[in-house]
Design a protein around this ligand. Structure first.
Ligand SMILES: [Mn+2]
Length: 228
């Protein structure tokens, strides 16, 4: 069977870009995808960040429950739009914020706290266990990503790789002795004006709303920003 994969990058719920997410759902309705993967950084978890933050922006409970509700709604909508597709949830570095908070502040509680993958138990969606795991479909590796330089994941795996994480877009190709490897960085799907996404300006300026499509082993980016 031929595969057609949709890769949805970092959504950072509840700080998702609602207009971009709507475009993704439209794409899914007519796209006949066999596999749909969310890259991780599904939730932002700003309240659990170890970086400087505004403690009054939201409460940990409110942010987590709103984020999970919105994420559950996205997956329910996706299931309705593509009932036959295989659905996967990857785990990103923002998800690690929960276990890292426990490890830092109360490591003795780690064994009694729910694992991240239990929290992300959406109906009909297979979830990976940690940000260290990746998915492989037809020889292509799908991962949240951790390197910042385009091409470094493909060089590490010596295989085609699709990822999110950097919030930038790009496709890298390299010829190696026994063929061609490539890497696709799929951008992000969050609202960069939301306070928790306010990183340094030099980073923000390169962030791009997009998704990745992998059809017959070939990568393609779909940019979701309005044309200016
Ligand atoms: Mn991210």
């Amino acid at each position: 069977m031929k595969t057609k994969v949709l890769f949805i990058p970092d959504t950072h719920f509840p700080y998702v870009s609602k207009t971009a997410l709507k475009k993704v759902l439209k794409l899914i309705k007519k796209g006949k995808f066999t596999h749909i993967i969310q890259a991780g950084d599904l939730l932002d978890l700003y309240s659990f960040s170890r970086y400087e933050k505004d403690a009054n922006h939201t409460t940990p409970h409110e942010e987590l429950s709103r984020g999970l509700d919105m994420a559950a709604k996205m997956w329910a909508d996706i299931r309705k739009a593509a009932p036959k597709a295989n659905l996967y949830q990857l785990i990103g570095n923002h998800e690690d914020r929960l276990s890292k908070t426990i490890a830092r502040k109360a490591p003795e509680l780690a064994t009694v706290c729910k694992s991240i993958s239990d929290l992300y138990d959406f109906p009909g969606v297979k979830v990976l266990k940690s940000s260290k795991e990746h998915l492989e479909i037809d020889g292509v590796i799908y991962t949240h990503g951790h390197y910042t330089k385009l091409g470094d994941h493909a060089k590490y795996f010596r295989a085609p790789v699709v990822h999110g994480h950097s919030h930038k877009i790009g496709i890298f190709y390299e010829r190696i002795s026994n063929g061609l490897i490539w890497e696709m960085d799929c951008g992000f799907l969050a609202d960069k004006d939301a306070l928790p996404l306010q990183y340094t300006q030099s980073k923000l300026s390169k962030w791009t709303l997009a998704v990745g499509i992998i059809e017959d082993g070939q990568p393609r980016l779909v940019v979701l920003e309005a044309r200016s």
